[in-house]
Design a protein around this ligand. Structure first.
Ligand SMILES: *Cc1c(COP(=O)(O)O)cnc(C)c1O
Length: 360
């Protein structure tokens, strides 16, 4: 049995919309898509009067190379958020099927599932933020079609052991797609799970240009998966998902110079993560700084609300993650520039002095 047999029958049977750009690419005279024959003002040769390629070949090859997969094993979308939505729509029959998540984790999996009226099985992380693999495998209903694992996990920051990913993918090979969200993997030491796709056709990996590649505003993310899974999702994807300026921005950001710059910045983020964690641990109001493989630190504070307010009053906004299970009293600090991180530390240090004076 192929994992595609677990997708919704309606989607498997669907004849996708065939766009003009899909049917015919380039000719001297293009009269097939009801486009304007004239470029818009300020076009500068970009040909924004033309619909873009649904999956631009150059970008596909570039990202396939970057992530170590074949171009047919990659779907480029409007951020990895789009791939999450497509997966849920392709695999979960509303009111019947469901997804599984391990909270606390990224919120979009549950939002997409709720939108699709898909059930959500929650298998909470253990106290040390590790995934409880046996609990996950023993509690999943037969109707679970997708398991979302986030590594490094947002908002707890740690990576999943590769053996755990393999164990879950292997156990569910005939039942569910196992999706490993690697939005932050560039900041980790761990190897990407992308190299496991050849062995586990029910494994998918989400990557994004939104974090390490500094392109959150361009909305470019990918799903890496076995070619039939990619082909299935393309059937229900919008015909022209990728705006030409966003494709251009992605190509510039990932060319040789862009990649070198990105590598440097990743090194800076890692060094800053270490420095910030050490400095935060010296502060009296900081109870715990959790180990992070990502570009943020999740920190437990004596009074998170007060710290949040002190920072906000000085123009520094951080994320209150206290509403998540296991994270009461925690804030999440994105790693900024060294100057920005110094400012964060200075405000917290000053608040700590005030605290000590009041309690003295
Ligand atoms: C930021 C983030 C994403 C990125 O989403 P995009 O749509 O690619 O911007 C995906 N997953 C997690 C866990 C994130 O934190």
């Amino acid at each position: 049995m192929s994992i595609i047999d677990r997708a919704r029958p309606q989607v498997r049977a669907l004849t996708p919309y065939s766009s003009a750009r899909m049917e015919a690419g380039d000719a001297a005279i293009m009269l097939n898509a009801n486009e304007s024959p004239w470029a818009p003002p300020g076009d500068a040769g970009r040909q924004l009067n033309r619909y873009p390629q649904p999956q631009p070949q150059v970008l596909r090859e570039r990202l396939a190379m970057l992530y170590g997969v074949e171009p047919t094993e990659l779907l480029i979308g409007r951020g990895s958020d789009e791939a999450i939505d497509l997966l849920v729509r392709a695999f979960c029959t509303p009111g019947v099927d469901g997804i599984a998540i391990c909270p606390p984790t990224f919120g979009m999996y549950a939002v997409c599932a709720a939108t699709q009226d898909a059930a959500i099985t929650q298998v909470p992380l253990r106290d040390d933020f590790s995934v409880d693999v046996e609990a996950l495998l023993s509690t999943l209903p037969e109707t679970t079609k997708l398991v979302f694992l986030c590594s490094p996990n947002n908002p707890t920051g740690g990576c999943m052991p590769r053996a755990d990913i393999e164990r879950i993918a292997g156990a569910l090979s005939e039942r569910a797609m196992v999706i490993v969200d690697e939005a932050y993997i560039e900041f980790a030491e761990a190897e990407s799970a992308a190299t496991l796709i050849a062995r586990y056709p029910n494994l998918g990996v989400l990557r994004t240009l939104s974090k390490a590649w500094a392109l959150a505003g361009a909305r470019v993310g990918v799903l890496l998966a076995d070619a039939p899974v990619i082909a299935l999702l393309r059937k229900i994807m919008a015909p022209y998902p990728l705006p030409t300026p966003c494709v251009e921005a992605a190509l510039v950001a990932t060319d040789a110079d862009g990649e070198a710059l990105t590598r440097e910045r990743i090194a800076t983020v890692r060094a800053e993560r270490r420095r910030l964690a050490d400095a935060l641990r010296q502060l009296p109001q900081v109870l715990d700084v959790y180990p992070s493989d990502a570009n943020f630190l999740t920190v437990r504070l004596a009074d998170a609300k007060a710290s949040y307010q002190q920072l906000a009053a000085q123009g520094v906004v951080v994320r209150d993650v206290g509403r998540y299970p296991l994270l009461a009293g925690c804030l999440r600090f994105s790693i900024g520039t060294p100057q920005e991180n110094n400012r964060l530390l200075a405000i917290l240090a000053e608040a700590a002095t005030g605290l000590e004076e009041r309690t003295a």
